[in-house]
Design a protein around this ligand. Structure first.
Ligand code: HDE
Length: 710
């Protein structure tokens, strides 16, 4: 059933059977009646009233009136793609899950990425966590790994989820702001919930503004279990590691991208898949035992904690490749229904109280969104493994169940469908012991809220720390309540002294002596002895937590703006664009206007992008080729300087061909300063220097050494 050696993809075949192609067809009503005039309604005379009997008009308007369904309450804004997953080696030692056994087997997948807080039409570039939901169509049924790009969560118990979401969504009275956490209700809530401190550190870091969906990590967040054939259990944390490494943008850039192209991430994903640059992630597992878990300084059931990679290394066990865009956004991406409770034999839950709450929510929410308990029959949600049971009827039932016997046990249906009786088949829950009394409360092993927030901060490079300081200063600076600002500074006093001092300075406030009274009041409701003395952490720093430390230097799929005009020198242009293309980057010509330019050598080059339609923030690097006339023309364009200065401000590589000094001298760039990201063509190795700079990408040092306005 999974993709076989013959290349057949059962999920694609299943979906293809629902495709509708209008090519060379007559227009019909939904009842299949041919329509001969789709422009005019039926009237009593050409200037008379429309007739109620016009069933063609009525049907068309009726359908249109109901085209919208409710958007997801969270993760409304999303983009999806199809692909495959393949394991490197059998994981039978740990799990009996069929799709993790055979390295020759490809399992079809559908992945949906999302922001969390914004509405369906909101910007991709909000500072937010990103959803990373993977649906595996396995031979044993659907497995959904519904994760985020941040490995921890704001809260520890599902009970707080509706409050968290109410607080971060636009405010209740005026529905502002859209897709942003920089407002009073959010910071009011998190300032009273110190358990959110660790996740807030991640959200305020560059992880909150990924460059693309292709360059972010994914995490299952909770601790899950893997169960093998002998019914032995190991704990597991799931990771997705992008093969292009992680990349993020600068906050000033993110805000501008939102204006220039609010579909920035969606477009990037779509265009790269269309171009054959298939995004890839390796599946990473942190596998550990009960004994290891018992000895950690934190509780593995607490979703606000990571397991540092130094304690349990991430084993890379397989690859996810996205290789096909959906045919129809609504039918596939919008109607996809994920659920952490969709598991297959060999993978199980733990008692993480956040996960337990999720197990109710995800089926329930599909009812208000998709309108029927039969949402599993929609093509994107259908299992490729056969489905047989006695669940029947309901709105929009598609399957036509044969026979009389719709109950179990029965004899009239020959006892079918049977229990899966063959040993090892069928889902059988791991017999975890549960002996404690019922209690509405929280374990004190969840009470250390700051050690890992500090670990995260300590693990960042200096520029990354500066970005976190700026992000807090921006977000807290945007809120109206000074009381809330002060209260949040109280939380930061527990994370890092330098961090709180710098943020307080930016807010014009004193550093408080510790947690605010209100914070303590609420925290004590969960832990009477709050704040507790934390256990000594195993490590103080983890390089895996820093994007800069883990970045992969590559020019693959980078977009390079080439500023050209009539008279651009073709040789100078080719010298850069050819090696860029060979390395997998995309050079894009940008000129004062669209249409075409004529090069110095007389070639006519088509121009699809101008300063009017493009902005520097949509590109990774830029180059201005030689050519006297072109340089003169570009010198007359104020946008040339806006483009260069902004590129420079966002710490990206810039290269200048011979003779471009008259442009360079009018920018904020100082030619005398040493900067590996500014390459002025003069030496033999300029090309190599530029390619290397594009691969290294951001010279964050500029943010402190040479601040420029743009
Ligand atoms: Fe979700 N979450 N969530 N969540 N979540 C939804 O389900 C919920 C949580 C995540 O692309 C909803 O179908 C509760 C953690 C993703 O369609 C809803 C709690 C993580 C997506 C819901 C959490 C996630 C959702 C809204 C706390 C990371 C988008 C629409 C108890 C591991 C999936 C929907 C997609 C979507 C509930 C916490 C990830 C309402 C109650 C932690 C990626 O059911």
């Amino acid at each position: 059933m999974a993709i076989g050696k013959d290349g057949r993809n059962p999920k694609k075949e299943q979906m293809d059977s629902h495709l509708v192609n209008n090519n060379m067809t007559n227009m019909t009503t939904n009842q299949g009646v041919n329509v001969h005039n789709n422009n005019n309604s039926l009237k009593a005379g050409k200037r008379g009233p429309t007739l109620l009997e016009d069933f063609i008009l009525r049907e068309k308007i009726f359908h249109f009136d109901h085209e919208r369904i409710p958007e997801r309450i969270v993760h409304a804004r999303g983009s999806g793609a199809h692909g495959v997953f393949q394991v490197y080696e059998s994981l039978e030692k740990y799990t009996k899950a069929d799709f993790l056994q055979d390295p020759t087997k490809e399992t079809p997948v559908f992945v949906r990425f999302s922001t969390v807080a914004g509405s369906k039409g909101s910007t991709d570039m909000a500072r937010d966590a990103r959803g990373f939901a993977v649906k595996f169509y396995t031979d044993e049924g659907i497995y959904d790994l519904v994760g985020n790009n941040i490995p921890v969560f704001f809260i520890q118990d599902a009970m707080n989820f509706p409050d968290l979401v109410h607080a971060v969504k636009p405010e209740a009275d005026n529905e502002m702001p859209q897709a942003a956490s920089a407002h009073d209700t959010f910071w009011d809530f998190v300032s009273l919930m110190p358990e959110s401190a660790h996740m807030i550190m991640w959200a305020m870091s560059d992880r909150g503004i990924p460059k693309s969906l292709r360059t972010m990590e994914g995490f299952g967040v909770h601790t899950f279990r893997l169960i093998n054939k002998n019914n032995e259990s190991h704990f597991v944390k799931f990771h997705w590691k992008p093969t292009l490494g992680m990349q993020s943008v600068a906050w000033n850039e993110a805000q501008k991208i939102s204006g220039f192209d609010s579909d920035y991430h969606r477009r990037d994903l779509w265009e790269n898949i269309e171009a054959g640059n298939f995004p890839e992630w390796e599946l990473g597992l942190q596998i550990f035992t009960q004994e290891q878990a018992d000895n950690f300084s934190f509780d593995v059931l607490d979703p606000t904690k990571i397991i540092p990679e130094e304690l349990v290394p991430v084993q890379l066990v397989g690859k996810l490749t996205l290789n096909r865009n959906p045919d129809n956004f609504f039918a596939e991406t919008e109607q996809a229904a994920f659920h952490p409770g969709h598991i297959v034999p060999g993978i199980e839950f733990t008692s993480d109280p956040l996960l337990q709450g999720r197990l109710f929510s995800y089926t329930d929410t599909q009812l208000s969104r998709l309108g029927s308990t039969n949402f599993h029959e929609l093509p994107i949600n259908r299992s490729t493994a056969p489905v047989h049971n006695n669940q029947r009827d309901g709105h929009m039932r598609h399957d036509i169940a044969k026979g009389k016997a719709n109950y179990f046990p029965n004899t009239l249906g020959g006892g079918c469908p049977f229990h899966a009786m063959i040993q090892g088949k069928g889902f059988d829950s791991y017999p975890e012991e549960t002996t404690e009394s019922k209690v509405r409360g929280r374990s004190d092993s969840f009470a250390d809220h700051f050690t890992q927030a500090t670990l995260f901060y300590n693990s960042q490079t200096e520029p990354e720390k500066e970005h976190i300081i700026s992000a807090f200063s921006f977000e807290l600076g945007k809120i109206n309540s000074v009381e809330i600002r002060k209260r949040y500074l109280g939380i930061l006093t527990q994370v890092d002294q330098d961090l709180v001092t710098k943020v307080a300075k930016n807010l014009g406030l004193e550093v408080p002596s510790g947690l605010a009274e209100e914070t303590l009041f609420y925290a004590k409701q969960n832990h009477a002895d709050y704040p507790i003395t934390p256990k000594k952490p195993e490590i103080e720093k983890s390089e895996a937590l820093s994007i800069e430390h883990k970045k992969v230097e590559t020019i693959k799929t980078r977009k390079i703006a080439i500023l050209v005009a009539d008279g651009t020198c073709q040789d100078s242009l080719d010298k850069i664009t050819n090696p860029l293309e060979e390395g997998g980057a995309t050079p894009v010509l940008i000129a004062p206007n669209v249409g075409s330019i004529t090069t110095k050598q007389g070639n006519v080059l088509p121009i699809e992008h101008s300063f009017l339609t493009e902005s520097s923030v949509l590109y990774d690097a830029m180059f201005i080729p030689s050519g006297e006339k072109a340089i003169e023309l570009l010198n007359q364009e104020p946008d040339t300087f806006q483009f260069i200065n902004e590129m420079y401000r966002h710490c990206k590589p810039l290269a200048f061909g011979i003779g471009t000094d008259t442009i360079l001298d009018r920018t904020y760039i100082n030619k005398q300063e040493k900067d590996w990201g500014v390459v002025i063509e003069s030496k033999e190795n300029s090309l190599d220097m530029f390619l290397k700079a594009v691969a290294r990408h951001r010279n964050w040092a500029r943010e402190t050494s040479r601040k420029v306005p743009a």
